[in-house]
Write a protein that binds this ligand. Structure first.
Ligand SMILES: [Ca+2]
Ligand SMILES: [Ca+2]
Length: 307
């Protein structure tokens, strides 16, 4: 206990000195193009092929999502109710019988400044798929069914830099696109309104489940750049993410519990003075090739923080 307290005190005393020192740093810019997204895209397409991301319909939908290189499988649930909208002289209740996902595409979308994930929906003409509605007008109920063509689900994930110089993704924007022009004129407008309600409902549920998956995605983004760097700024252009990197100060959690505490400082102290000969050392937080007071100071400054 005394050793730990001593360590902490030493670190805190050194902060003033450390603030003035300038570690040797890695500066530069990297570009993450659509090519870097291909493994993520392939994984999604495999999951569509395996039926883990198979379709969406009114009722309960269960999905499994897994990133390449990760052992974690995320379960997502969407629970959609039939939607009722008013129409002249009555109302219409519509539901999705079944819309099947066909393929996934990932792209850096310059206009939206976001990572775009589009799930294309198979054109359907069968009786068991598509969108259906019960239309009540002038006291009569009629069931209408619509074949769906050119439909897609699109999610946008907006990257930004957090206070630790890491890429984080903000909650999702979403658009459900269905060609409603094929629907008969009397239900075209109610159908559009219904789809807007469904879209808002999907967005609400997906964002509520985004937290866990988000850290996984951020881990992926972290792995795409050189070690011992922090992100200074981001710019999403068409087809690429431009990442400007600055002085390499890794978040000083060395035992992987996502929190900087005395255990992490102890690890730096234990390897104090160690030099790297090619192989990076985890405790060399600023990447200058040696575990020294600069690394300890950085860890002390981040003491108590979690991520
Ligand atoms: Ca820790
Ligand atoms: Ca160092």
């Amino acid at each position: 206990m005394t050793t730990r307290r001593g360590l902490l005190l030493l670190s805190l005393l050194l902060i003033g000195w450390g603030c003035q020192s300038r570690p040797i740093v890695w500066n530069g810019t990297i570009s993450l193009t659509d090519a870097e997204l291909i493994p993520l895209q392939e994984r999604l397409n495999e999951q569509i092929a395996r039926g883990e991301l198979r379709w969406i319909r009114t009722g309960r939908n269960d999905y499994v999502v897994q990133l390449p290189g990760s052992a974690r499988r995320y379960l997502w649930t969407l629970e959609l109710r039939p939607q009722t909208v008013t129409i002249p002289f009555g109302f219409a209740t519509a539901w999705i019988t079944q819309l099947e996902f066909e393929s996934a595409e990932l792209h850096w979308d310059g206009r939206e400044r976001a990572l775009r994930l589009r799930l294309d929906i198979r054109d359907n003409v069968g009786p068991e798929t598509g969108i259906a509605a019960d239309v009540l007008a002038f006291g009569q109920v009629q069931r209408k069914e619509f074949a769906v063509t050119g439909a897609s689900f699109t999610f946008w994930l907006r990257p930004r830099v957090d206070a630790y110089g890491e890429i984080v993704f903000d909650p999702i924007a979403f658009r459900l696109r269905v060609n409603t022009d094929d629907a008969i004129p009397e239900v075209r407008q109610p159908l559009r309104e219904t789809l807007e309600l469904v879209q808002a409902e999907i967005l609400r549920q997906v964002n509520a489940q985004f937290q866990n998956y988000r850290s996984e995605l951020e881990g992926w983004a972290y792995a795409q750049r050189p070690p011992a760097t922090h992100v200074e700024s981001l710019e999403v252009r068409e087809g690429e993410l431009i990442v400007r990197l600055g002085p390499g100060l890794l978040f000083p959690d060395l035992n992987g519990d996502r929190r900087v505490d005395v255990q992490d400082l102890s690890r730096i102290a234990l390897r104090f003075g160690r030099r790297s000969f090619g192989e990076p050392i985890a405790e060399d937080l600023n990447g200058d090739g040696v575990v020294d007071v600069r690394d300890l100071v950085w860890a002390a400054r981040m003491f108590g923080r979690s991520r």
